[in-house]
Design a protein around this ligand. Sequence first.
Ligand SMILES: Nc1ncnc2c1ncn2[C@@H]1O[C@H](COP(=O)(O)O)[C@@H](OP(=O)(O)O)[C@H]1O
Ligand SMILES: [Mg+2]
Length: 257
Amino acid sequence: MTIRDDHALAGDLASEAGERLLDLRARQGFGDQRALKDAGDMMSHRYLMDALQRLRPSDSVLSEEATREERMDPRRLKADRVWIVDPLDGTREFSEEGRSDWAVHVALWERTGDEGALTAGAVALPAQGRTLTTAKPPTLAAPGERIRIAVSRTRPPEFVRKLAVLAGADLVPIGSAGAKIAAVLTGEVEAYVHAGGQYEWDSAAPVAVALAAGAHASRIDGTPLVYNQEDPSLPDILVCLPDLAPMLLAGIRDLHR
Ligand SMILES: Nc1ncnc2c1ncn2[C@@H]1O[C@H](COP(=O)(O)O)[C@@H](OP(=O)(O)O)[C@H]1O
Ligand SMILES: [Mg+2]
């Protein structure tokens, strides 16, 4: 890895944080789930913050586990480079023995003129033994006969059930936004639909990889996902194989009429 390669850095940091989370799970066990979640969130956050401070001292960072004051730091809104990280996405699943649907997200947002874009990112799936990165985005499969839509295990939006009926699709409950988007990119499902609440860190890294792979990623009304905003709320998302986007967006539009 050269020090300037942001794609490789994102991959290395996500993978290393993931290894440390696997170690923590093995050492601490699943007896106290609350304690395991808290320890995982904090350990991974500290590792990523220290590493980014050391390796990219001029860049800003927006992390789920930062304090409210740190997240609201106005310098982030003026910065040209902002790392958007979720140290442990799918915290609930991380604390459940045997589950592999949890992830570490590391994304880089860069200013381009008046706007900005996700320019690098990585999603580590430590318990699945893989890390997806913008350095080498996965090759998308072609959609088959039947469409599978990944949804939250614990907070599936009501309209997605209706969308599945409309599209003749099966719903596949999976934890973690990163694990669901990874499932789209590796051909386990064809789409991920969510609404009702989420934040920039839940989607930035997997969306960076999805866009690099040529997948569709947008808000559920089809407008772009916009990152590094003052309010990091980004409550709904559609990620899918590109050929399915027109049909799914039209279905969602009809259901919201
Ligand atoms: N309605 C909601 N409001 C806020 N955050 C939500 C949400 N639904 C899902 N999320 C967040 O999105 C991530 C994936 O959720 P899910 O597994 O249910 O699909 C989780 O991140 P964390 O695990 O980092 O907290 C979860 O907190
Ligand atoms: Mg998250």
